[in-house]
Ligand binder design. Structure first.
Ligand code: OMD
Ligand code: FE2
Length: 430
């Protein structure tokens, strides 16, 4: 099933959209009276003084301003964790996990979040949290926002509808979406169940990766990013607003839907992107280029070229490298690498890394092809080959990922992960 919605295209544009004709003020943001009796509210995800090229803000024209809500009270954090994670020591082990089970009890998005790892510090606005959602119920009469970071959704199973203050986005496996820090939303199921990964970015909002000498086109093209058109709910009732704030979960009563924005303008709205639009650029001669060629979105850290978070994908593509060991090389890295699989098989790991599963190779922890992949790839005939049925991704960060206690001790952890390398042979003939 596919939900057909209308979108506006172009990464980070200053969009304007109104669900009722004339709701958006023209030529100013705060008229004395807004048409239709709406309230004006500014929403900033960067400092007022951020340079123009970085500045992100919206103006909302809504039925009630956001201050119309109750007082917050703390609720159980469930399996949600936030950096810095101090509940367990992080060993330098290589980690791999099976997929988190789909729930048997009724579970919505807020209940169905499990944190696997986090790095940096949410309150200092560095690093990220990595979560998995596994759900079988839409959010009913409740809404959510995350003050700790923007949320990158990477669906692996099922289709979901993100009902946000800015409008609606539908995403399914092969697509991603980003909801800016602070935007209120609810998650509705389009299919009976859904599962996917979330990278909660505490740091600088995602931008598109630079192209360097590749030129003016290629990789992720700005025009393929899609933003929702304004769409509002004018309903009253006993609703709940859930907030993730400074590492803890809170709730308050709210007597109306907070998705009551009739018109908005700005550049800080949720967006979606179809990963099949990624224009893959790779070698046509020899050797295996570094995976930075596959970067879709990056959150800069302040040090040029050293990301708070790079989101890279490994999509279907042609492989033509000559006289080359084609799978990923054996590797030790200053950067830390959390990986997931959306579909099919990843070229470095033919067994054990399955859709919905995860792996983590932290700073300087060795990793690379399993023994069988090495044997096969070092003896393969190097004809042009189309890599099909594959879509892996990586959250790569300068900060070491601390797995949560759940990730370290839960049933998904594969205790025997390093066995995949144990049978690598000594081929040396000195
Ligand atoms: O599988 C990995 O570890 C990710 C990765 C992929 C690649 O093509 C090259 C280097 C690298 O770290
Ligand atoms: Fe790597």
């Amino acid at each position: 099933m596919t939900v057909e919605l209308q979108y506006m295209n172009g990464f980070g544009n200053e969009f304007e959209t109104e669900a009722l004709v004339g709701a958006l003020p023209i030529g100013q943001f705060s008229p004395q009276k807004v048409n239709y009796g709406l309230y004006a509210e500014q929403f900033n995800v960067t400092a007022f003084t951020a340079p123009r090229s970085d500045n992100r803000r919206n103006w909302f024209y809504r039925i009630r301003p956001s201050v119309v809500q109750g007082d917050y009270e703390a609720i159980d954090n469930g399996l949600i964790r936030t950096a810095p994670i101090t509940e367990a020591i992080t060993p330098p082990n290589m980690f791999r996990w099976d997929p988190v089970d789909l729930p048997s009890e009724k579970t919505d998005f807020v209940d169905g979040l499990v944190t696997m790892a986090a790095n940096g510090s949410a309150s200092s606005q560095t690093g990220v949290g990595v979560h998995i959602y596994a759900i079988n119920s839409s959010m009913k009469d409740r809404y959510f926002y995350n003050a700790d970071g923007e949320m990158l959704f990477v669906p692996e199973l099922g289709e979901i509808l993100l009902n946000t203050e800015c409008g609606k986005l539908a995403i399914k496996p092969g697509e991603i979406a980003v909801i800016p820090r602070g935007i209120k939303f609810s998650v509705e199921l389009i299919t009976a169940e859904a599962r996917g990964y979330i990278c909660e970015n505490y740091g600088h909002p995602y931008v598109l990766a630079e192209r360097g000498p590749v030129g003016a086109n290629g990789f992720a093209n700005d025009r393929d990013f899609q933003y929702p058109v304004a769409s509002y709910e004018d309903i009253e009732g006993d609703f709940e607003l859930i907030a993730k704030f400074n590492g803890n979960m809170f709730r308050c009563d709210i007597g109306h839907s907070p998705l009551d924005v009739v018109a908005w303008t700005g550049n800080s709205a949720p967006y979606k992107y179809d990963l099949a639009r990624f224009n893959v650029i790779n070698t046509v001669s020899f050797d295996h280029p570094d995976p930075s060629i596959f970067t879709v979105l990056t959150s800069p850290s302040g040090t040029p070229g050293v990301a708070n978070l790079d989101f890279a994908i490994f999509p279907p593509r042609w492989m033509v490298a000559e006289n080359t060991f084609r799978p990923p090389y054996y590797h030790r890295n200053m950067m830390s690498e959390f990986m997931g699989l959306i579909e099919g098989v990843y070229d470095a790991k033919e067994k054990g890394f399955v859709p919905g599963g995860s792996s983590l190779h932290n700073c300087m922890s060795p990793h690379g092809p399993e023994a069988d992949v090495f044997e096969k790839a070092s003896n393969a005939e190097l004809t042009p080959q189309r890599y099909e049925n594959t879509l892996a991704f990586m959250f790569e960060s300068r900060y070491i990922f601390a797995p949560t206690k759940y990730a370290l001790e839960g049933k998904e952890r594969q205790a025997n992960y390093t066995d995949c390398w144990r049978t690598i042979k000594k081929n040396f003939k000195g």
